[in-house]
Design a protein around this ligand. Structure first.
Ligand code: EPZ
Length: 421
């Protein structure tokens, strides 16, 4: 990736005020391909206006679907004209979630040729469980030259037992199974909120999905799905990033339009640190109260502490009193932000998959480079905490998942802007 601009943050300003969270990125990237499963228009509301969404629009159009997108209003997808099944690397390299085209196209027409995905490169991210699921449904799978070829004369429901809990694998098999003949049962399924949201979207189109949000999901295939209008859930990782940024600047921020129950793991850790967090039906307020203490964190599948907040949380802990530990159990090498935080004065040691963080009284601004989306969020949080100016390079990673981030932070009082390089 090579961004044309850099982000400049002058730290030390407490974030204060109210902000509304955008629609969920990881829901959006599943729901948009899911619209290929029916031949009637689907209208999707509350989609975040981010790079990953734009990449998917390009893919759907290439396949022949009609897509009308009015950012911040709706996206209307009419897949009745879609005939393509080949998605080249020039498009899949733009986002990880392009692997959902495999499940969606298999479910739609029993045939998919999709190049292996690109996206955030923080460690090896296999898709063997996705492919195992498709094979269980009767698809013939092989790969050649970086492209996965999947073909089934008829998809037939079956039991799929995942060896690891996989968000992408669960979603992909749900997509393929929605129109298969008979019932598919996914065991050891992921339980993330966006899996429930995808199930709700599929059911709004007439699918028969039960059990999403538990570790056993049953999908009774139907012959045809119909169009619908659907609103995606708010982004829990953006919510979490804003909560962490509020705590990091010792500000007072109310995040509106979120679902507080999705945030329990983070809320519990912030409370343990000594941050004041109060919840209402659809808002969360984060305020300081005295010293912020070190805590220990271990990333886990939902409802555990999300790996996607591990990196921004590490930044926050850099100035907490005492020694914190952050263990990453989902992606073993999701630590590329640590060197950058060290440049800013953080005292951090990586031991195997655990980061030891010795709290320091201050961080200072430095030029730093983003290597993946949440590393970007971590550096923005660190920049907001630091004394002086932080220059953040490779901002396009951030734009893949955060809608208008600097506009939102500026509204809360941050001194943040972009400059061409
Ligand atoms: C999803 O990635 C999210 N991406 C990630 O969000 C998130 O970090 C991750 O789930 C965990 O919550 C999207 O939703 C588009 P997994 P995914 O399959 O589906 C192993 C962000 O920053 N595994 O749940 O790719 C894998 O290596 C991102 O928003 C296999 O071994 O993650 C990992 O250790 C980045 N074989 C674990 O399972 C497989 O076939 C969980 O991965 C699949 C996964």
């Amino acid at each position: 990736m090579s961004s044309k601009d850099k982000m400049l943050i002058t730290g030390g300003h407490p974030l204060v005020g109210e902000i509304t969270v955008s629609g969920g990125k990881n829901t959006a990237v599943a729901v948009i391909p899911a619209a290929l499963l029916c031949n009637a228009p689907c209208t999707i509301e509350n989609l975040p206006d981010i790079e990953d969404v734009h990449a998917l629009i390009d893919i759907l159009r290439l396949l022949g679907a009609k897509v009308e997108y009015v950012p911040e209003c709706y996206m209307r997808i009419d897949a009745s004209t879609a005939t393509g099944c080949h998605v080249p690397y020039s498009l899949t390299r733009r986002l990880r979630a392009s692997y959902y085209l495999l499940g969606a196209l298999l479910g739609r027409q029993g045939m998919a040729e999709v190049a292996y995905p690109g996206g955030c490169d923080f460690c090896s991210r296999p898709i063997d469980q996705h492919l195992k699921g498709f094979a269980a449904l009767g698809a013939d799978i092989h790969d050649r030259g970086g492209v996965v070829y999947a073909k089934a004369d008829k998809l037939v429901g079956n039991d799929v037992f995942f060896d690891v809990v996989t968000v992408g694998g669960t979603i992909n098999v749900m997509l393929a199974a929605a129109r298969a003949q008979g019932t598919t049962v996914i065991y050891n399924a992921a339980k993330e909120p966006h899996i429930v949201d995808l199930a709700n979207f599929l059911n709004s189109m007439g699918a028969k999905v039960k059990g999403a949000g538990t570790d056993v999901i049953r999908i009774r295939g139907v012959q045809e799905l119909h169009g619908c209008t659907y609103t995606v859930i708010p982004d829990q990782i953006e919510t979490g990033t804003l909560m962490i940024a509020a705590a990091a600047t010792r500000g007072d921020v109310t995040i509106r339009g979120c679902i507080p129950t999705h945030m329990e793991a983070l809320t519990a850790k912030l409370l343990e640190m000594g941050v004041r967090v109060t919840e209402n039906d659809d808002s969360i307020r984060v305020r300081p109260q005295g010293i912020q203490r070190a805590v220990n964190i271990k990333t886990r599948v939902y409802p555990g502490f999300p790996t996607d907040l591990q990196q921004p949380m590490t930044s926050l802990l850099c100035m907490a009193q005492g020694v914190s530990t952050v263990s990453e159990t989902i992606f073993e090498q999701r630590f590329k932000h640590l060197d950058e935080l060290r440049r800013m004065g953080a005292k951090i040691k990586l031991m195997d998959r655990t980061v030891l963080i010795e709290g320091v009284p201050e961080l200072y601004g430095a030029p730093v480079t983003v290597t993946d989306l949440r590393a970007g969020a971590a550096l923005v949080v660190a920049g907001l905490m630091a004394k002086g100016v932080t220059e953040i390079y490779e901002t396009s990673y951030i734009d893949r998942g955060y809608e208008r981030i600097e506009e939102k932070l500026r509204k809360l009082g941050a001194e943040i802007r972009r400059e061409p390089i």
